[in-house]
Design a protein around this ligand. Structure first.
Ligand SMILES: O=C(O)CCC(=O)C(=O)O
Ligand SMILES: [Fe+2]
Length: 548
């Protein structure tokens, strides 16, 4: 549904006012309007919508809290009592009931701050609304309201430097002190009540073994029992939004690899409007593409070899379609002699991509292949004109992208250990199917790449590189997708198994020699020596193809 909506929004002649949204809760509708108006520097018009968003958020929280003592809670208690055979006494039962009610009420913060259809709340939802309110009020000269709102921010974060500075500024502008001016009453009540609940829950956590995941980063340390503080601080540090996004790295060691391999750099990050993105050409000869395309034809329904690309082909994360991730070359290698030739090429090619990706993005730190995927997308039948749907929805490869906030959550179900993605294209005889990068809003396209044989698009797998694939409108588009990881424990076991299986007699000694240098060497030998390539007519005969 969300993908369909995004598709309609991208269509020409469709305007935002063409939509009447009957689904979005009022606090989100008001919040988004307010933000949009603020973005257009229209603080005066934004203010009523921002105020409405805050009021509606508080109202939504109330209604959620009211549900915490409703029939669901009673039913759960009854079930638990049945299961436990009503062992506790009256006091235990009462305490158990209230702990559950309080836990549920505290969860309402996260529920209210989570957009419909999303899995994660917007962090610090109420304080960030108050910050926007005080700034907007100050912009239009409502200084007393700016003061009320900034004082409310300070109730959450008494040491917030920016808020303190703004407060001083508003006070100076107002002139004489206004004794009646204080934080907003609705926020004061909200915080007092929430802190009361947190105290009970932390007590229950410390003394009664109850569990409690505090949804708020603003809880004062004094409310948290000393014995629990250290552990909670560690948990907080693990929150993904505290991590800095990766910084672009200078390119080192690159030229050598390029020159030796005969690979050309077609577009760098700057040309692709990003920080860690690259398009390289010449990784495969046409003959090699032919062999790999042949392999892709030997597809088995339901395997990860092939995915039909109709509208919205599958989830953004490649849940391995087999019971566990498996290097496609391993099945080929197991399939006997014909398969083993294809498997060899897959091994060589994937190592070639890994070597180049490491040399380009991570020369100081070895990258391992964590998952390899040979995938073809075919046009769906029927009308192709005006198609605006996607063959692969916009996503990031190692985090869950929230286009509404631009956050990308490095948490399951994302494959969080993926660090660099590589897409090696095998053909261009199809229509549509270009890869594109977007802003974190998943709508604004920042770069687009046309697939062709031997073209590698490599990029860091995080939220800085949201990407998708336009619908394939004619023909079949095939690519080898490879994900790289810095974490050796996530290296693709099947890759090594396939390599073992394919060892030819006599290769043993050579291999042993190589083993002495770690096979995933940070400064690998030039791929041209280690990884023989299939040549075209002009060069040596296409070895692998002939053998097939
Ligand atoms: O096939 C492509 O060009 C992109 C596929 C992709 O983004 C993915 O598999 O994660
Ligand atoms: Fe992807």
């Amino acid at each position: 549904m969300r993908e369909d909506m995004a598709k309609y929004r991208r269509m020409s002649r469709v305007r935002p006012q063409s939509f009447r949204d009957l689904e979005t809760p009022p606090h989100w509708a008001a919040y988004d309007d307010g933000l949009e108006l603020l973005g257009r520097q229209e603080a005066g018009q934004a203010l009523p919508r921002l105020e409405e968003a805050l009021q509606e958020s508080l109202a939504q929280m109330e209604s959620c809290r009211a549900g915490c003592e409703g029939p669901e809670e009673q039913q759960r208690e009854e079930e638990e009592e049945e299961g436990a055979g009503s062992q506790g006494g009256l006091y235990e039962t009462i305490a158990g009931h209230w702990i559950r009610v309080l836990q549920c009420r505290q969860r309402c913060v996260g529920d209210t701050a989570t957009r419909p259809g999303r899995s994660f709340p917007v962090p610090d939802f109420l304080p960030s609304q108050l910050r926007r309110l005080h700034e907007a009020h100050a912009q239009v000269g409502n200084l007393s309201q700016a003061m009320e709102n900034v004082l409310s921010v300070l109730l959450f974060y008494p040491e917030d430097e920016a808020a303190k500075k703004a407060l001083n500024q508003y006070q100076a502008q107002l002139g004489e002190p206004r004794p009646g001016l204080g934080p907003r009453e609705d926020i004061r009540r909200f915080i007092l009540r929430s802190l009361g609940e947190k105290r009970h829950l932390y007590y229950a956590m410390e003394h009664l073994g109850a569990s409690f995941k505090d949804p708020d980063p603003w809880t004062p340390a004094a409310v948290i029992p000393e014995a629990l503080r250290e552990k909670l601080r560690e948990d907080q540090e693990k929150r993904p939004w505290d991590h800095e996004p990766p910084q672009p790295k200078p390119l080192t060691h690159w030229k050598d690899v390029l020159l030796l391999e005969g690979v050309t750099l077609t577009q760098d990050a700057r040309q692709l409007n990003g920080s860690e993105r690259v398009v390289l050409d010449g990784l495969l000869t046409p003959a090699e593409c032919g062999v790999l395309l042949q392999l892709a034809k030997v597809r088995r329904p339901g395997s990860r070899w092939d995915r039909r690309a109709g509208a919205g082909a599958g989830p953004p994360f490649h849940r391995p379609l087999l019971s566990r991730p498996s290097f496609p070359g391993l099945q080929l290698a197991q399939a006997g002699s014909v398969g083993s030739q294809g498997a060899k090429l897959l091994l060589e090619v994937s190592e070639r991509v890994r070597t180049l990706t490491q040399a380009y993005f991570s020369p100081e730190r070895p990258l391992h292949l964590s998952f390899t995927h040979l995938v073809c997308r075919s046009a769906i039948e029927g009308e192709q004109d005006q198609r605006m749907d996607l063959s692969h929805p916009v996503h990031a490869d190692n985090c869950v992208l929230d286009p509404d906030t631009g956050d990308c959550w490095r948490e399951p179900p994302a494959y969080t250990y993926r660090d660099y993605s590589g897409l090696l294209y095998l053909n261009d005889d199809f229509h549509g199917g270009d890869l594109f990068f977007t802003e974190p809003n998943a709508l604004t396209v920042t770069a687009q790449v046309r697939p062709r044989c031997g073209r590698l698009v490599a990029f860091s797998s995080g939220g800085e590189n949201p990407h998708g694939v336009w619908a394939v409108t004619r023909g079949r588009r095939c690519a080898l997708a490879l994900w790289h990881t810095w974490a050796p424990e996530h290296r693709e076991q099947e890759w090594t198994e396939a390599k073992e299986l394919l060892k030819e007699p006599g290769e043993e000694e050579e291999e042993e020699e190589e083993e002495e240098m770690p096979s995933r060497d940070p400064s690998p030998e030039p791929p041209s020596r280690r990884l023989p390539r299939v040549q075209d007519k002009a060069g040596k005969p296409p070895r692998v193809r002939e053998e097939l």
